[in-house]
Design a protein around this ligand. Structure first.
Ligand SMILES: [Zn+2]
Length: 271
């Protein structure tokens, strides 16, 4: 089980960096994944910009978005988004909240993002639009209270994504790879839709096309292929996360010749 957990933590760090490198996340935004064996918990980084996240930054939370172990670091203010969605949707295994430039014009204008090309079907039909003002009046627009998180989860319903008025978007997936693929293609779709609007009024895919193309786009071999591609792009840019430090120790025992004896340690030997 520790290996499964370590793999998932390393995958989550990589997902953060892929989404940052592909322009979905910037200095803000976050990605979580449900715990591999305890559906009542999820994994999310400490408060840190996604492009910098390492496996050792990942913490475990209850679905009330409280850290399981007392934190030594600052936490994301908007983590209730994740906990409330995991409570409401047993099928969801990964969540991303972002303020991507591609979706912001739609969040600001209050216009729907509709699937305009085959891979854009990942965002689904009739994407809901949540306005915090409706239930909570004037706020700083961050989703920080439990009741705000539950309200957002209700607006999401059974959809794959929800837009937040003048704020951003929240996307869900059945796995981390599915979530990363959906988040990136939803942004590409928004970008294409906005550009096509300069040429006229683009027709969305038909409902049957959205369903068929949506299923195709989320097949395991398809999301693995794009995951590999985006990982390669991140690696080429020198942005791959380090391995988890405890895993390093477990997987690569220090050779005898490299071990420091207590006498050497007392002498302050440096390596
Ligand atoms: Zn936000």
């Amino acid at each position: 089980m520790p290996d499964k957990m370590t793999d998932l933590i390393e995958e989550l760090a990589l997902a953060n960096r892929i989404l940052a490198h592909e322009g979905v996340l910037d200095g803000f935004g976050h990605v979580s994944v449900r715990h591999p064996t305890d559906p009542g918990r999820y994994l999310l980084s400490r408060s840190r910009s996604p492009l910098l996240i390492e496996p050792d930054d990942i913490l475990e939370y209850t679905l009330d978005s409280e850290p399981v172990r007392p934190p030594k670091a600052l936490l994301y203010a908007e983590r209730v988004i994740h906990g409330c969605i995991y409570q409401a949707r047993s099928d969801v295994r990964a969540v991303c909240h972002h303020h991507a430039p591609a979706v912001m014009p739609f969040c600001i204008a209050g216009k729907p993002i509709v699937p305009v090309f085959h891979l854009g079907a990942a965002g689904g039909l009739d994407m809901p639009f949540w306005d915090q003002q409706d239930e909570f009046g004037d706020t700083n627009l961050l989703v920080v209270k439990q009741e705000e998180g539950h309200s957002l989860a209700r607006a999401l319903g059974q959809h794959p994504a929800v837009l937040l008025n003048r704020h951003g978007a929240t996307v869900v997936g059945g796995s981390l790879k599915e979530l990363v693929s959906r988040s990136i293609f939803m942004c590409q779709n928004a970008d294409y839709q906005l550009r096509a609007m300069a040429l006229g009024t683009p027709d969305p895919l038909r409902p049957g096309e959205v369903e068929l193309a949506g299923v195709l786009g989320m097949l395991p071999n398809v999301v693995s292929r794009t995951w590999e591609y985006w990982s390669m792009r991140l690696e080429a840019a020198g942005g791959m996360p380090p391995r988890r430090s405890s895993a390093k120790a477990a997987r690569r025992p220090v050779p005898k010749s490299a071990r420091v004896t207590p006498r050497e340690r007392r002498k302050g030997r440096r390596r």
